[in-house]
Design a binder for this molecule. Sequence first.
Ligand code: SF4
Ligand code: FES
Length: 360
Amino acid sequence: MPAPGPPIGILAELTHRCPLQCPYCSNPVDLLKANRELSTQTWTEIFHQAADLGVLQVHMSGGEPTLRQDLEELVAALSARSVYTNLITAGVNLSKDRIKVLKEAGLDHVQLSIQGATAEVTELIGKHKKGFAQKMQTAEHVRALGLPLTVNAPIHRHNIHQVADFIDLALQLDADRLEIANVQYYGWAYLNRSSLLPALEDVERQVEIVEDARARLKGVLNIDFVTPDYYADYPKPCMGGWAQDAFVIVPDGTVLPCHAAQTIKGLNFENAAETPLAEIWDASPTFEKYRGFEWMSEPCKSCPRRELDRGGCRCQAFAVTGDAAQTDPACILSPHHDKLRNVAVEASAESPGAFSYRRL
Ligand code: SF4
Ligand code: FES
């Protein structure tokens, strides 16, 4: 199926380098070293093509994007084309001066990931000494400079009991938005799945806390809730649907319909350093493969919810069933649904094993 219109957003993974080692990282297990990263000039050319294509927002991510010394230049290139820029950062080793320079270059928004509502949990997960204190400082600088702030809290069994504390922390940091994001199990997170999956009763308690806070803090703090697939009845429209309105570019320029698409065997991916972005968006066989509804089989094919969730996540379908064209097993109508739930029930009943920390 051809592209439905221009893409709205790009997730630009500028580097896989990162000072943190979170075991739930969505980056692939085979990380790209610095010598595979695109040059400033190539990223700038790609961003110009993105603006020509009609892209409205670029989320600059990694790894840790502030490790790119040219980040200011890249932000300025996007800003000059009126593209909204969001910096997704771990917020360590980031000085107020650097944030100020980024703001002056045109940065629009900062999304700060926080691994735990306390220093102990943040440092257990991120493996970065003094990481929590540095993140608090980064949040303070961001707000002092007048930039909007989203706090991103990836949730799993080691911090699910801190959801209420994350809400208090986001208020204390004067964040505009809090993302309570239950971990999605791809990349490193899939590798560490049995050590990260929470128990059902903790998930249910979390839902109550979030719902209560959303009602109580309406107009004060926006709370986005990325629900946990393994205990869901219906899936989420992953990436808003495969190649529907956004895509991902990884550090070496490979263009993906979603961040975990390389886990699906048999797909080929174009590179933005070699093929024009417009051509990839409009005509990539990989983008076309699961776009729209024609690829669907039952139960999705005739399901009234298909426009809502677009059959869920192709990568999760592949990981669990070996076929990316199957219904996402997060869906109660999938014949593999019980498998997903049982993995979570069994894993969370056991003591968590040691993490495989993300390492480059
Ligand atoms: Fe969504 Fe497919 Fe499940 Fe229907 S059957 S709810 S379209 S995943
Ligand atoms: Fe690939 Fe969901 S992560 S479709």
